[in-house]
Design a protein around this ligand. Structure first.
Ligand code: PLP
Length: 450
């Protein structure tokens, strides 16, 4: 009784998997005509995905792909427990966030319990961009100031304030021209290709922040806060130099600024060794923003902070989100947390991620194009360079490798400011065999050419 398209139990759930499938070429043309998504296309012919099951995707022609790049579908595609919980809640009630619902209260409690002590107040929104916009507003309201320090080459979202603190050239080419004067970017602490490298680089990067703050002090600019990912995400999960956030948070707090940790990509167990990225740096932020995987693809985001910071917004502004924290969103959020726990997915991310990283490092021993393998858990980055001394980015090679991997049944895309990094962020249920399949196929492409 398995579906002919994919091994999911869809027929058991009562879907007609034999219903006519849309025609692939026709779909592409219709998309070009009507779907406004001004984003680069990573593939010559993007696959038309129809179904998903665990870490696999299936296109309208029945081809299977290993989904190594998702980062949104945290607990896997087509999880029956999630489908059942969402279906039930939709049948009972879904409405706006004006009223009080048990599920919303319970979800807020669960998030507060997952955050460090004192961060006990939760706002529910619909995306990472919205969460970061709200976090910046909270920093403004709490400090009575506007100035924000952010990292160059970071990405925090596309809404107005999140976009302003996003200075990744690849994701946001407009950033350099549209940046407002309250944003003060500092050099990104990239220990692989930044101006300071390796273990001893902390001092150089901390000094850069210190100089920026001194400059602001001198001009009489009061600080609102600092925003960063606790792991350098855009470049493929490079850990920040040890002690960096501790030193920066101390300088920011000396000026009564608020420290924001953007956990949209790295939080929720993806790093395997930690639930939150900031744990790796041994710090506690004042505000955590989270989204993506927490809804497994359903629009859901959250801001977790201290009551006193949340209350500041009441005095200076307001917060309202029509669908943020709706009953369905909250049930999705609660069920994702249950699955994460019951399927031991953070543990799986640690075990399979560690195995995969060692397989990729072994490729680095054989192929000089592999400059480095970054990251931990199931948040890894393979950085391709033409020369290991000059670190000249292998941009065209990376694009060609992605296209070749697609032919071999793996969805992957280039990332980083030079588009020379394969950022690996599969669902956390990735099986060891799937990790091996990916490493085997990447090895084959590097061996045979692309
Ligand atoms: N923050 C980080 C680190 C992200 O990677 C992203 C999205 O890629 C965002 C924020 C924005 O999230 P969303 O796309 O849900 O608005």
């Amino acid at each position: 009784a398995w579906c002919r398209l994919c091994p999911s139990p869809s027929p058991i759930l009562g879907f007609d998997c034999d219903a006519a499938l849309p025609d692939a070429a026709g779909l592409l043309e219709r998309r070009r005509r009507h779907y406004a998504r001004p984003q680069k296309n990573y593939y010559r012919t993007p696959p038309q995905i129809e179904r998903g099951w665990k870490e696999h995707l299936f296109d309208v022609e029945g081809r299977a792909y290993l989904d190594m790049v998702n980062n949104v579908t945290l607990v896997g595609h087509g999880h029956p427990r999630l489908s059942a919980a969402v279906g039930r809640q939709w049948s009972l009630l879904n409405t706006n966030s004006r009223f009080h619902y048990a599920a919303v209260t319970e979800f807020s409690e669960r998030l507060a319990a997952l955050a460090p002590e004192g961060l006990d107040t939760v706002f529910l929104v619909n995306s990472g961009s919205e969460a970061n916009d709200l976090a910046i507003r909270l920093a403004w309201a709490h400090s009575g100031a506007r100035n924000m320090i952010s990292l160059l080459e970071a990405y925090h979202g596309w809404t107005v304030a999140s976009d302003a603190v996003s200075t990744s050239i690849a994701d946001n080419p407009q950033a350099l021209t549209t940046r407002p004067d309250w944003v003060h970017p500092v050099v990104s602490p990239n220990t692989y290709r930044g101006p300071f490298r390796g273990e001893d680089s902390t001092v150089g990067y901390v000094d850069a922040v210190s100089r920026k703050l001194a400059d602001l002090d001198e001009k009489g600019g009061k600080l609102a806060g600092f925003i960063s990912e606790p792991v350098y995400g855009n470049a493929g999960g490079i850990p920040l130099p040890s002690g960096y956030l501790e030193a920066v948070y101390a300088m920011v707090r000396e000026r009564s600024g608020v420290c924001i940790a953007d956990e949209v990509q790295v939080g929720y167990g993806r790093l395997g060794h930690h639930f939150w990225g900031f744990e790796q740096q041994g710090v506690v932020p004042d505000i955590i923003t989270v989204a993506k995987g927490m809804g497994n693809g359903h629009p859901l985001g959250a801001v977790i902070t201290r009551r006193e910071i949340a209350d500041a917004l009441e005095k200076e502004g307001y917060f309202f989100s029509s669908a943020g924290g709706s009953p369905v969103s909250s049930v999705v959020g609660l069920t994702v947390l249950d699955i994460l726990h019951d399927d031991a997915l953070q543990e799986n991310a640690r075990a399979v991620g560690t195995h995969l990283k060692s397989r990729l490092e072994a490729l680095g021993d054989r192929f000089p194009l592999v400059g480095a393998v970054h990251g931990m858990g199931l948040y890894l980055g393979v950085e391709f360079v033409r020369d290991r001394e000059t670190l000249e980015p292998a941009t065209e090679e990376t694009a060609a490798i992605c296209d070749r991997l697609l032919d071999l049944g793996i969805v992957m895309q280039p990332t980083g400011d030079h588009l020379n990094v394969l950022k690996i962020k599969p669902p956390l249920c990735l099986a060891r065999e799937s990790a091996d399949f990916f490493a085997d196929m990447l090895g084959r492409v590097l061996e045979e050419g692309w």
